[in-house]
Design a protein around this ligand. Structure first.
Ligand SMILES: O=C(O)C(=O)C[C@]1(C(=O)O)C=C[C@@H](O)C=C1
Length: 501
């Protein structure tokens, strides 16, 4: 049995644990997993998590036991650490019963800075026993335990919130109430790069960063994923990522694809450039309206502004409406509405949500102008640490891989999933930014220039499933680069297309 630390290549999920276990689907053998009862609670923890475990506390035991491992051999750790009565088979405790205080993989300088800020000068007395390391560990344990306690119920349950009945009308969202937004200047301003210095720890609400201003669909997605969250507007996607990395926010919500407009490519690139983990997804019905200042008639319009995705989702409808207008792209849909209101533009309309109309005092000239009534955008939620994958509800896993020999491995990689009956829900290719072109010389005919790609694949299985672990072990054989972006619950909320359909 390989040690967990052998798995670091997978950036999280210790699939090597299962390396020597035969896969009945492939070999026909039916030996099962000899260690299946062991480490059930811990085997799926990511390496980045395990490497920084400070202590393991088992709250169900009377005098809470805490151990501080000197090495990170989790198997021996668990064998010696568990009190009598909690034999190895008892390791099947759910994640909520084992509190693992840990830190994420920061350099200690950073952590000290963050922890100090986060605890309001917590580190000020760093001169006592243990010095920097002691402070580093304690600070991080505090930060980590705050994160554990703030983990929203829907994530603890391994899924997005149940019982959300409406989204585009937003009655269930705990966002900026329309009546409080008397003027656009009363609304929270988006974060910009200049605002990104680590902030003190917050209260009890989960803070979710999104790109755009209040009224953007991303804000609605944040509200669907985390109904009681504090939604933090950011002026760019990059800023939303950094807000999480710097502990200013706990989660970021990122649109990745739309049923009409397709993939939001830039966000795939950002997922790769940053080290955040996908911890969930939400699919949001997107119901677009044409908004203008009160009293403006369609005939007066010379311009329609919106997010490029929104413009493309309404392309045909705008044409059918016979509007003789220029289309202009701006950063987000609600930002377009705000811009019209702030500048008193009587010749310009915005494509945005009903909520944006209410927040910025615009009238709805046309309702439901998306080209398809079932228009849906898929968002992913990102966090500093991955969640523990489970098998008791449908999970999806997102990976990205590349190979030195370009597309030639694609068939082999995809067959690793097909042989195990694992369905793919999405495949996307993006330029391999570090090495976009591969030259292949042929003395007789010249030099071929092949484009190189990163492949993003989503598949319907949890990293807690042996078949997924084995599939990835096989994929790794064929690829030169492989990263698990996240294993997370699928959005299974009932289908509710946007209104009147
Ligand atoms: O501009 C917004 O309101 C956003 O939240 C962005 C965004 C996107 O990037 O696709 C989100 C959902 C809609 O598909 C249109 C725009």
């Amino acid at each position: 049995m390989a040690k967990i630390s052998d798995c670091s290549k997978f950036d999280g999920y210790p699939i090597r644990m299962e390396q020597k276990i035969s896969d009945p689907q492939i070999s026909g053998a039916n030996r099962g997993d000899p260690d299946h009862g062991e480490l059930q609670a811990l085997k799926y923890l990511p390496i980045s998590f395990i490497n920084h475990i400070n202590s393991i506390c088992i709250p169900s035991i009377k005098n809470m036991q805490s151990i501080t491992p000197s090495s990170i051999d989790l198997k021996s750790l668990m064998r010696t650490a568990l009190p009598p009565g909690l034999g190895l088979t008892h390791h099947r405790v759910g994640p909520s019963r084992v509190l693992i205080q840990c830190v994420s993989r920061f350099d200690s300088a950073n952590v000290n800075a963050n922890a100090s800020a986060a605890s309001g000068g917590f580190n000020a007395g760093a001169g006592h026993v243990g010095g920097v390391r002691y402070d580093w560990q304690s600070s991080c344990a505090i930060l980590a335990s705050k994160v554990v306690s703030q983990q929203p119920d829907n994530e603890k349950n391994g899924g997005v919130a149940d019982g959300i009945t409406a989204v585009n009308g937003h009655p269930t969202l705990d966002l900026v109430p329309v009546k409080e937004a008397k003027s656009p200047s009363a609304l929270p301003k988006p974060l910009s790069i200049a605002d990104l210095s680590p902030a003190p720890m917050h209260g009890s609400e989960l803070r979710v960063a999104y790109q755009g201003v209040p009224g953007a669909y991303s804000e609605a997605a944040a509200g669907k994923a985390y109904p009681k969250c504090e939604a933090i507007p950011c002026d760019q996607f990059e800023v939303a990522f950094q807000a999480v990395e710097l502990w200013i926010a706990d989660r970021a919500v990122l649109p990745v694809e739309n049923s009409l407009g397709g993939s939001i490519h830039r966000n795939y690139d950002l997922l790769l450039r940053h080290r955040l983990h996908i911890v969930g997804e939400v699919q949001l019905p997107v119901h677009h309206c044409l908004l203008a200042l009160p009293g403006v008639r369609k005939e007066y319009l010379t311009r329609v502004i919106s997010h490029p995705q929104a413009l493309s989702q309404c392309e045909h409808t705008l044409t059918k409406m016979g509007l003789n207008v220029a289309r202009e792209a701006v950063d987000d849909t609600a930002g377009a509405a705000e811009y019209i209101a702030m500048n008193n533009l009587r010749d310009t309309a915005a494509i945005a949500s009903v909520r944006a109309a209410e927040l910025y005092g615009l009238q709805i000239l046309a309702d439901g102008i998306q080209d398809d009534t079932g228009n849906v955008t898929r968002f992913v939620m990102l966090a500093r640490e991955p969640i523990i994958p489970r098998t008791d509800r449908p999970f999806k896993t997102s990976i990205v891989f590349a190979h030195d020999k370009g597309t030639s491995v694609l068939f082999k990689v995809l067959s690793a999933f097909a042989f195990r009956n694992i369905s793919l829900t999405k495949i996307e290719s993006r330029p391999h930014r570090n090495r976009p072109i591969r030259l292949v010389d042929d003395a007789n005919v010249g030099t071929a220039k092949h484009f190189e790609y990163m492949f993003y694949v989503d598949f319907e299985a949890s990293m807690a499933e042996v078949r997924a672990q084995n599939a990835l072990a096989e994929v790794q054989e064929f690829t030169s680069f492989l990263r698990v972006l996240g294993s997370y619950p699928m959005d299974m909320t009932p289908w509710s297309p946007s209104r009147e359909e």
